[in-house]
Structure formats: C-alpha cells, structure tokens
Write a new protein. Structure first.
Lengths: 108, 176
C-alpha cells in the first residue's frame, strides 16, 4: 500500500515552478480601474476636524460677528476688516472643499 | 518577506495596481501549477484560468476578510472558476486521451511516470483535494474552506484519491 510519504514524494517530484515570463505584467495591464475611497474620506475628516477646532478656539460668536462685519462692510461699499475678510474667505473655501470631497466620494 | 496584509490593504483601499502586482508575482506559480494539473496539462487553458482568477480576485478584493490567508481565498476563487469552466465547456480531453506530459524531475526512476495520466484516474474533487494537500501543502481545514465542504468530506476525497493512485502505481509497476 502506498504510504503518505510515497505520495508526498511523488507529488513533490512533479511540483514544477512556473517562471513569471511577463505573466504578472500582463495581468497588471488587464486590471480594470478600482475606485479609491481613502483620499476623499481623509480630506472630509480633516476638514470637519479643522472646522471643529476653529470653532472651539475662536468661538461661534466671534466667527459670526466677523462674517456680519464683512457683509455689512461690503453692503455699505466699505472695505471690510482683514480679520472679517479672512474669516469669510476661510469659510467659503472650507465649504468648497467639503463639496469637492463629498462629490469625490460620490462615485457611480 | 511579503507583507500580504499591507499589499492587500493598498490594493483594496487605494486601488494600487503595483501592490496587487506583487501579490500576483508571489502566487502566479502555485495557481498556474494548480490549474495545469487540474486540466491534465492544458497549458493554454490553465493560463487563461489563472488570469481570470487574478482579475476576479482584484475585482473582489474589498470582500477579502483578513482573518483568512490570502492564498486560501485565492485558491477558493481558482477552484470555483475551474468548476464553472468545466460546466461551461465540454471536456476536450478524456482519461484515455490525457496527454503524456512525462515529467522527469525526479532522480528516482520509480516515479518517472505519466503524472497527468495518474491524476486523470481521479474524480475532479479527489484530484483537487490531492493536489492541494500533497502538492500545495494546504492542511485539511484550509482545503475544506477552499472546496466549501466539511473537513470529513475532504478526508474522504483524500482517502479515495490515495487508494486510486496506489492502484495506479501498482498497475504501473511501481515497486515499493
């Protein structure tokens, strides 16, 4: 009766190693694109964390007051203060980045 | 040493083809060998099946659960593809027509025999179990996961496979 050892020997004797010969390169070129979700997710998390940190440091009242100052100044055809301008532009840019990050994750 | 977990993560989360390509390089030989022996030495068919396996694994890599080994998961895909392939195609090579591959890697002349012919005497499930156990060194538990059957069934396939091969060796003049 053929033992396990004999069978193992038989199979190992016929265990051939296949050289790559461009096989893996061919596979790589045939791989369809896969969506990458991590960068937009990381961006979104960072933006939200940034907003939370800003609000906690400056306070909602201060930010709101600066926005009001900016809008009032513009409506009265006056130059708004630098702080108000920076606050307004910062919030506008943040909203744009959030929109970009959300649209990047919204893949078909 | 290949950091499989990192490569799989990069492929799954970032769609990193270079990372996946390293996995292909590592596993192309055992997968191609597996198909080559399952298909009775049909090199073209085994290459096509191996390519399909890696592409299917890429498409479904997000569903890979890190609890299992990547090789086990890959063999499972390969096995399922093989089964789908033989259901879709009429076998072109029967037992009587199995090609004489005539491997001669061993210095032991007792083992210089038509390996493909010997394997073709086994049923598909027996051949799969024997190849995974004796050639690819997969334990019964992993084979059970690959073939999606209980370990007891795997042991039955191995037992029957051993008996058939033993008979074939005896009839081929293998002298113990």
């Amino acid at each position: 009766m053929t033992s396990d050892k004999d069978l193992k020997q038989l199979f190992e004797a016929h265990r051939t190693e296949w050289s790559d010969n461009g096989f893996s390169e061919e596979i790589k070129h045939h791989l369809p694109e896969r969506p990458s979700y991590l960068p937009p997710v990381l961006m979104l998390v960072s933006i939200i964390a940034g907003i939370a940190l800003t609000v906690s440091v400056l306070g909602v009242t201060t930010i709101f007051a600066n926005i009001v100052n900016f809008v009032s100044a513009v409506s009265l055809l006056q130059l708004p203060s630098a702080i108000a301008t920076v606050t307004y532009v910062g919030i506008f840019a943040t909203l744009c980045l959030i929109g970009f990050a959300v649209s990047a994750t919204d893949l078909e | 040493m290949l950091n499989e977990a990192l490569l799989v993560s990069r492929a799954a989360l970032l769609g990193d083809k270079n990372a996946y390509s390293q996995l292909v390089v590592a596993y192309q030989s055992p997968i191609r060998r597996f198909f080559f022996n399952l298909t009775n030495g049909d090199e073209e068919r085994s290459k096509d099946l191996a390519q399909e396996t890696f592409i299917k694994a890429w498409l479904n890599i997000s569903s890979f659960q890190a609890a299992a080994k990547f090789s086990t998961w890959l063999y499972r895909i390969a096995y399922n593809l093989f089964y789908d392939d033989i259901r879709a195609k009429k076998p072109t090579v029967g037992i009587e027509q199995a090609p004489e591959i005539g491997y001669d890697h061993s210095t032991d002349t007792h083992l210089n025999m038509d390996f493909a012919q010997a394997l073709s005497t086994l049923k598909k499930e027996e051949r799969t179990a024997m190849l995974l156990f004796y050639m690819e060194d997969q334990p019964v538990g992993k084979i059970s996961g690959i073939m999606n059957c209980p370990p007891g069934t795997v042991k039955s396939h191995l037992h029957r496979g051993k008996e058939k091969l033993a008979n074939y060796l005896k009839n081929s003049g293998y002298d113990k």
